[in-house]
Design a protein around this ligand. Sequence first.
Ligand code: DX5
Ligand code: ZN
Length: 221
Amino acid sequence: MAHQIRITPSILNADFANLGAEIERISVTSDLVHLDVMDDIFVPNFTFDFAHASEIISVSKLPVDAHLMVADVDQIAPKYAEVGCASVTIHAEATTDIRSTLKAIRSNGARASLALKPKTSLDPYLEFLDDLDMLLIMTVEPGFGGQKFMTDQLPKIAQARKAIGSKPIWLQVDGGVSLETIESAAAAGADTFVAGSAVFNSADPAQMVTILREKAQSAKN
Ligand code: DX5
Ligand code: ZN
């Protein structure tokens, strides 16, 4: 089956003092911008609180794909949809009411997405597929950019691709996606790729997005 490839750069490794300009730099070639929200509780790092994230969302030239790495995510997730995110991802490990939170994200106008940490198995979450617009398989432990892609997640990506079948659910990977690793993720069935350091540490971020897209396109399964 032909899947459309999407590249969603993460600004975690961008210049936080100039995020509007950083997003603009990648806007011509990118599909969405991936916003990593970390609370120093669910992960040992802090990026933005809701007020700061809302400001970024309101000025972003690209639709925003919010990746919420926050504890007790159920209350806050629909608010990210309300302030205009195109997509809101909650972690399976941080929600106590997956189905109603996913529904609340959708009813506030955003795509609803569920993320799984590397040690979290897909099986218990297959029953929620119909509530999802995107499934995110983490290929690093969440918390920091610049980590190594975990190849042991490739079978989970392939399992997810098979389970998704013809459902219109995007399959995203996040962590360590680079020129060296994107093809294996695409071949396993991922169609939506977060890339942080690979994009923002390159001399020409917009062009890097194009090269990553071409590589994924040629390897996709
Ligand atoms: C990690 C974040 C990722 C990270 C990706 O917890 O969710 O989005 O920014 O950065 P790279 O591409 O450098 O692994
Ligand atoms: Zn992320």
